[in-house]
Ligand binder design. Structure first.
Ligand code: GDP
Ligand code: MG
Length: 626
């Protein structure tokens, strides 16, 4: 162990710019993993991640590298970060565990919004940033232009920028040497300082309990130690401590600057949340009793502002920002759904859920997520890993409703549109806003500003990064972003624009609840909250969309959108014609079977409202109106 020979770094990149490929290459070239054992993209080890080519869970890997320059062997700890805005808190914690970052930019594409957002996070954490141009093997690569862009936008010196191809294995040695040379070693802690280790990830293993990934900042942790998590207050005995190569290999102890994992029959990830600080129980108790003595033997809890061991900075608990309802298609699956959500929760402290019952939908759960991608991942895992057929209601943001004024004001959280009360002079509604940054070829500025206007965006700034590329900054309601904003942005810019956002605050808005009636019956799961000025337009589009999506019945089905008691838009689904029915029941037997099978399958994802079968797509209509 020699702290001056440790380098902790991560890789930041826009999706598809080659982060995973480069990580694999670094591991392979240093023979951490032999090429034969090498499964493509080692660091992304969840199916969904691999399929979508995104990184969701953080992982880490320790790489030993002999420097060509001084012949010394260095320990390089690569800490991977998730590549999506929903997980920016996790990204910030894993960056906080590093001293440096490789900034990987596709030399045929240039800087994207996500790259910038991650660079800001890295700068906030005082990381040394090493820019790398990747994919220089591509004919479309334009290293000079992209290097200039990096200089202009981020202000990094790019004179000697590394040109690499993770795919072709070009520049890998240069990258390793640059990490050793430019990334500073971890700070040497004060002698005898108590253990402080930063958690940057944790997951639940059915055999060993929660496995916690961390970076030691001060002190040392060994097998058999009793540890304490400062934020949660939980205490556990360490049954195993080890490093990731990237498979987990036990070691005897880990010291300041090192990166590794522990297990200790921890049953709940909420005991060991990302961002929390690990210390030793004995050191905590000793420090606490000293404070207690100095305060006339008062209990530590009773001494105001007493902090036996200062937690590492930056801890925060994740707050769900997007909610949706999950209902089993088959009521018998309710228990199964509850168990499955419980199991996912073991791994995912950010997921929240509580039972929700509704006349139309039956028994289900109202679930809270960090954002849209987080929601999709959970839904996908429920259907894939737990084989559940679910009806999912449209995602909605969390509103705050304040009743009364001043000291008498009562605030309630509204996590489902159907629970939004009618606003009066006495009741005010607040909605979450985000700060959004869009990066685009400048020729699309006009199209983007138009989109921003349609979505209640407040244009804050337009900057020309280069003569042909711009950043556009908006403040915009989150509710407008979780609809098809991203799809619209892509389609209006031919796929060239990218965006990134961060939730900033709650602002008062003139909102109203838009109810949907099917066959004159209320359909609360289809209700939505909109700005008053948009109610008419949304109502009209919504009924038209529902008319398309709800299959015809034997009878005419009226669909109405209402605000309060007022019907603001309506449409009706005309009844099935006789010949349509005839077609269904005619034809040869195998075709008929197929049709029946198809119908049976189709039935799976429906709920009955107003005597009408409402298919899954209809529940999502409200977020896809354009
Ligand atoms: P990530 O999303 O940043 O992790 O990107 P990946 O590592 O998954 O790479 C995205 C795509 O780019 C994959 O199809 C890779 O094979 C490809 N790719 C990565 N690096 C290179 C490179 O240096 N050259 C070329 N031509 N393709 C690359
Ligand atoms: Mg990846």
């Amino acid at each position: 162990y020699d702290i001056s020979k440790i380098r902790n770094f991560s890789i930041i990149a826009h999706i598809d710019h080659g982060k995973s490929t480069l990580a694999d290459r670094l591991l392979e070239s240093t023979e951490t993993v032999s090429s034969r054992d090498m499964e493509a993209q080692l660091l992304d080890n969840m199916d969904i991640e691999r399929e979508r080519g995104i990184t969701i869970k953080l992982q880490a890997a320790r790489v030993m590298h002999k420097s060509k320059k001084d012949g010394e062997i260095y320990t390089l700890n690569l800490i991977d970060t998730p590549g999506h805005v929903d997980f920016s808190y996790e990204v910030s914690r894993s960056l906080a565990a590093c001293e440096g970052a490789l900034l990987v930019v596709d030399a045929s594409q240039g800087i994207e919004a996500q790259t910038l957002a991650n660079v800001y996070l890295a700068l906030e954490n005082d990381l040394e940033i090493i820019p790398v141009l990747n994919k220089i093997d591509l004919p479309a690569a334009d290293p000079d232009r992209v290097a200039e862009e990096i200089e202009d936008t981020i202000g990094l010196d790019c004179t000697d920028i590394i040109q690499a191809s993770a795919k072709a294995g070009i520049g890998i040695e240069d990258i390793l040497e640059a990490i050793i040379e430019k990334v500073p070693p971890p700070q040497v802690p004060e002698p005898d300082s108590p253990l402080r280790a930063l958690i940057f990830d944790s997951y639940f293993d059915p055999y060993r309990g929660v496995v916690v990934f961390f970076r030691v900042v001060d002190g040392e942790v060994k097998k058999g130690d009793k540890i304490r998590f400062l934020a949660s207050g939980a205490e556990h005995e360490v049954t195993e401590v080890g490093v990731m190569q990237p498979q987990q290999v036990p070691v005897t102890s880990l010291q300041a600057g090192e990166v590794g994992y522990i297990c200790g029959s921890i049953k709940d990830v909420t005991d060991a949340r990302v961002g929390d600080t690990i210390t030793l129980s004995s050191q905590y108790k000793a420090a606490a009793s000293e404070i207690s003595k100095a305060n006339g033997n008062k209990q530590i809890q009773e001494i105001e502002g007493a902090v036996p061991i200062t937690p590492l900075p930056g801890y925060s608990e994740s707050v769900p920002m997007v909610y949706c309802g999950l209902f089993p298609v088959d009521a018998d699956d309710y228990e199964n759904l509850r168990d499955s959500l419980g199991k996912l929760r073991l791994n995912d402290a950010a997921l929240s859920f509580e039972p929700e019952t509704s006349g139309a939908m039956g028994f289900g759960f109202r679930c809270g997520f960090l954002g849209l991608l987080h929601m999709e991942i959970v839904q996908e895992r429920l259907s894939r890993e737990y084989d559940l057929d679910l009806i999912v209601t449209a995602p909605s943001v969390v509103y705050k409703v304040v009743k009364g004024e001043g000291d008498n004001a009562v605030e309630t959280i509204v996590d489902a549109p159907s629970k939004m009360p009618d606003l009066t002079r006495d009741i005010k509604a607040f909605e979450p806003y985000v700060k959004m940054e869009i990066l685009t070829p400048s020729e699309y500025n006009g199209a983007i500003i138009e989109l921003g206007q349609e979505r209640r965006g407040i244009l804050k700034d337009i900057k020309y990064l280069t003569p042909t590329r711009s950043t556009i900054e908006y403040e915009i309601p989150l509710a407008e972003v979780i609809t098809d904003f991203f799809d619209q942005l892509k389609s209006r810019t031919k796929g060239y624009a990218s965006m990134e956002y961060q939730i900033t605050d709650y602002r008062e808005s003139d909102l109203c609840r838009l109810d949907v009636k099917i066959n004159y019956e209320d359909a609360p799961p289809l209700a939505c909250v909109v700005h008053k000025d948009q109610a008419q337009g949304v109502g009209r589009k919504l009924v038209e969309k529902l008319k398309e999506l709800i299959p015809r019945q034997m009878f005419k089905v009226p669909i109405q959108a209402c605000v309060g008691v007022k019907v603001i838009a309506s449409a009706s689904i005309s009844p099935m014609r006789k010949d349509v029915l005839a077609k269904c029941y005619g034809g040869d037997i195998s075709r008929k079977k197929k049709l029946l099978q198809k119908q049976a399958k189709g039935k799976k994802r429906m709920k009955t409202m107003g005597k009408v079968n409402v298919p899954q797509e209809a529940f999502m209509a409200v977020i896809k109106l354009d």
